[in-house]
Design a protein around this ligand. Sequence first.
Ligand code: C5P
Length: 232
Amino acid sequence: MGKDVIIACDFSSRAQALDFLGGFTQEKPFVKIGMELFYAEGPDIVREIKARGHKIFLDLKLHDIPNTVKKSMSVLRDIGVDMTNLHAAGTVDMMRAAVEGLTRADGTRPLLIAVTQLTSTSEERMQKELLINASINDTIVKYAQNAKEAGLDGVVCSPLEAGLVKDACGAGFLTVTPGVRFADGDKGDQVRVTTPERAREIGSDYIVVGRPITQAADPVAAYRRCVEEFVG
Ligand code: C5P
C-alpha cells in the first residue's frame, strides 16, 4: 500500500473547490471531500472531481443501523469513491454491513476506514459524558480491533496514535491521520499535531492535510513539500 498525502478540500462550494484544484496542473492529488462540500453540492461534486483524475476520500462518517448503513454504502460505491468511512461506535455488525454494501459484484470495493474516537473528544468527556470507563487509548485500540474484525482496512486516528493501532492490528492495517502541520507552520485549532516527516516515522499510511496546503500562499509548493517530507 503506497503512502500518500490527501488534501482536505474543506470548501463550501463547487466553484471554490474547482478553483483550488485547478492550480494543480502537473499532479492529481488524492482529495478528501467532507460533509460541508458534499452537503452543499451533492454527489455530482464527487463525480466531477473524480472525472478530473483525482482519487476521492469521502469523509461522511456514517453511523446508523446496519441496514441503513449498508444501503448508503452501496450508493457511495456507485458514485465512485476510492475511500470512505464510518464510526466504529456503530458496532461490528454495522461495520460488517457497511463492507457488504460497499463491495462490488466482482468482489472489489473502495477502502473503508473507521473513526475510533474523534480527536476533539477528550478522555475526560468520553468517560463523563459517554460513560466509557476505559482510557482513551484502550478505547481507540479496541475500536480499531473491532474494525479489523469486521473486515475494514484501517482507521482514522491522530498520528500520535498510529503506532498503538499498528501494534494492536498489524502493519497492514491502515492509519489515516489528520492533525499534520509543518514544523515552522501555524497549528490553527489542531492541538495534537505532528509534522509530515514524523507521521511517516510513526507509521501513518495516509496523512490528511487541509489548511497548511489550502491556505498557503503557494498551495502546489506546500503540497509538494508535504509529499517530499512524508513520502520521500
Ligand atoms: O486544516 P486541517 O489540516 O486541520 O484539516 C484536517 C482535516 O481532517 C479536516 O477536514 C478535519 O475535519 C479532518 N479531521 C481532523 N481530525 C479528525 C478527523 C478529521 O482534523 N479526527
